[in-house]
Design a protein around this ligand. Structure first.
Ligand code: 6PG
Length: 254
């Protein structure tokens, strides 16, 4: 039986048993949205996240079970954020997606748009902004067909952290994030770009996320303090796929 999807304050929430169920549902949405995008625009442009939660989703969509359901020749992959480490570093978001997905699906090299962080956050952010403008055009905001996001225990999403000035960013598409040590510095898409997307999908799993999920999505939720709570696409749809553990504290409040 299909798990019910609730909608409150413009946000769709679907609670599923565990990470495996979330990952399968994310695959099914990815395939469905890809088909609509191919039909309407002849391409499917996606921005991907790092973190531990989407790993299973990436492996599943690349598995023999599902990979042939996507026309990879018309998929374009961007990243929502990246750590300033070499591409072969275990902390690299590019490496995560390469190992689990890019190495097994027939996606053309020119459709892969990694954030290059090797020369540091400032230069990397500047180059990615140029790359996005080249792809989407100079005028108007880039519109992704799908953005995949996660949320940290502190409410961060992409590399937009609570209390950061970047939350107020209105003009840059991509920004450097300095976290005190070069290996921790990052590059991130900004809220104005995320909020232009046609679909945004949050994947959230595990007990450690229960409090932040309650804080953002519960009845008494106060989204302002949490960057993930500020993700409200201006004309798109945001869906949170949450497992039972992560939903445990907000369930009674909705
Ligand atoms: C990253 C992210 C980040 C992530 C959250 C949740 O590169 O780390 O883009 O925003 O989505 O930190 O991470 P987990 O999935 O590991 O909980």
């Amino acid at each position: 039986m299909e798990t019910p999807v609730t909608e409150a304050r413009g946000v769709r929430v679907q609670i599923l048993p565990d990470l495996e169920a979330i990952s399968h549902q994310a695959v099914s949405l990815f395939i469905k949205i890809s088909k609509t995008s191919f039909g309407e625009r002849d391409r499917f442009v996606v921005a991907l996240s790092g973190g531990t939660t989407p790993r299973r989703f990436y492996s599943l969509i690349g598995s023999p079970l599902y990979r042939e359901e996507v026309d990879w020749s018309r998929v374009h992959l961007f990243w929502v954020d990246e750590r300033c480490v070499p591409e072969e570093d275990e902390a690299s978001n590019f490496k995560l997606v390469f190992d689990t997905l890019l190495s097994v699906v027939p996606i053309p090299r020119e459709n892969i748009h990694p954030m290059r962080a090797g020369e540091g956050p400032d230069q990397g952010a500047g180059e990615y902004e140029k790359e996005m403008k080249k792809f989407f055009g100079e005028s108007g905001s880039p519109v992704f067909d799908l953005v995949l996001l996660g949320v940290g225990e502190d409410g961060h999403t992409a590399s937009l952290f609570p209390g950061s000035d970047l939350i107020q960013e209105r003009s840059r598409l991509v920004a450097p994030v300095y976290l005190g040590e070069p290996k921790k510095d990052r590059i991130t898409l900004t809220l104005p770009v995320l909020n232009q997307a046609r679909h945004i999908l949050f994947l959230v799993a595990g007990h450690s996320k229960a409090e932040v999920v309650r804080a953002i999505l519960g009845k008494e939720g106060h989204q302002e303090g949490y960057p993930a709570g500020l993700v409200h696409p201006v004309r798109g749809q945001v869906t949170w796929l949450i497992d039972e553990e992560a939903a445990s504290k907000m369930k009674d409040e909705r």
